[in-house]
Design a protein around this ligand. Structure first.
Ligand SMILES: *Cc1c(COP(=O)(O)O)cnc(C)c1O
Length: 385
């Protein structure tokens, strides 16, 4: 029997309907052509499908199709946004970046710092929320760009992006938001919330890996300069032959997202899980009132996360994020929230998804209770808070 999958924050399986339409864009009898081929019907048909997919993604966030710049995922979208804006601005002005951003933002911030850009890292409070009063202070100095994530991938904490946007635009500073974790959990309406630049990734919402986009709002205060040159695709912002099957997959995955229904299901599963685990000596990392419905990041005081992970062989979960799960260092996200090394090391991320069922949660609770109780008995030195 395979373990119960509770790591939807790392990636989601592809919705079967999505896999089907993707398969129809690969072979000779399918829509295999280069969407940029203007001289024959094969190319026209591929272009039609790509543009239909673009419209589906745009509609999900209530923008016009022209906002969508296809990329290979959120990592590339973040690189395009940050490097592209700083190149456009000749590396002038400071960069304000959240302290608990994904590595795909933090590593670019480090790259910018090496280029001489002044980078300031906006701290979070104990609940994992960005200290926006401090952002308002820092914005008084010349700033080229602010980058904050919508939902943290490790903890699920939802940031107050609406307020962050108001603060940025008050100083005419553009805002980039890494929204890779937000699709399907929040109803994203960029018509009413004109965030300048937004990164998305298809594999976080039941689409394929290796595709995403940067949304450049029609009212964006800045247009990023291309980071991939050659051919001038995507209105010059990102060259490379468009992968029809990937884009069609992302488009249908976007069309299938029903944020209200989905968030309700996730919340029901997550709340059931939390109900069942509360009797254990465990605490939630992140302020529960600001958590996305999908996440539960738990600190099991007195236990080592790696030991726990190995013993929990009937569920598939992770310590921290997938990208850092090979590292033995305590999570920088949890450390930023004030957790001790020990408590950060004893933390696990559980994340539910579209296919999680009440019966899965029931089994997971029983398994976690047994394993945690067993390990705590072996380790009577116990609680180190
Ligand atoms: C998954 C994720 C990414 C990386 O997206 P890819 O499409 O895998 O490159 C970036 N940021 C956040 C918040 C994520 O959750």
């Amino acid at each position: 029997m395979r373990p119960i999958y509770l790591d939807y924050a790392a990636t989601t399986p592809v919705e079967p309907e999505v896999a089907e339409v993707m398969a129809e864009c690969l072979t000779m009898d399918g829509v295999f052509a280069n969407p940029a081929s203007r001289s024959h019907v094969y190319g026209w048909r591929a272009e039609e499908l790509v543009e239909a997919a673009r419209a589906q993604v745009a509609e999900m966030v209530k923008l016009d199709s022209r906002a969508v710049v296809w990329t290979s995922g959120a990592t590339e979208a973040n690189n395009l946004a940050l490097k592209g804006v700083f190149e456009r601005r000749n590396f002038q002005g400071q960069f304000i970046c959240g302290q608990v951003e994904h590595k795909a933002v933090l590593d670019v911030a480090q790259w910018l710092a090496n280029k001489g850009v002044q980078v300031r890292y906006l701290p979070v409070d104990q609940g994992g929320r960005y200290q926006l009063d401090l952002l308002a202070e820092w914005l008084k100095e010349p700033t080229a760009l602010v980058s904050l994530m919508w939902i943290n991938n490790e903890t699920g904490v939802v940031q107050d992006i609406e307020r962050a946007l108001t603060l940025c635009h008050h100083q005419a500073v553009p805002l980039h938001v890494d929204a890779a974790q937000a699709v399907g959990k929040l109803d994203i309406d960029l018509a009413h919330l004109p965030i300048d630049l937004v990164s998305l990734s298809a594999h976080k919402f039941y689409g394929p890996k290796g595709v995403g986009c940067l949304l450049v709002h029609p009212k964006a205060l800045v247009q990023p300069l291309a980071q991939l040159h050659g051919g001038g695709h995507e209105r010059g912002m990102r060259s490379g032959t468009l992968p029809t099957h990937q884009l069609v997959g992302m488009g249908l995955a976007a069309a299938l997202v029903d944020p209200v229904y989905e968030a309700e299901h996730l919340a029901a599963m997550r709340d059931q899980l939390w109900q069942g685990l509360q009797q254990l000596p465990v605490q939630i990392n992140g302020d529960l009132q600001y958590l996305a419905p999908s996440h539960l990041n738990l600190a099991f005081a007195g236990l080592d996360g790696e030991t726990l992970l190995l013993a929990l062989n009937q569920i598939a979960v992770s310590t921290g994020s997938a990208c850092n799960s090979l590292s033995l260092k305590p999570s920088y996200v949890l450390k930023a929230m004030g957790l001790s090394d020990a408590l950060a090391q004893s933390s696990l991320r559980l994340s539910v998804g579209r296919y999680t069922q009440a019966s899965d949660i029931k089994k997971a609770i029983f398994h976690i209770q047994q394993v945690v109780t067993g390990l705590l008995q072996q380790n009577p030195t116990g609680v180190m808070r």
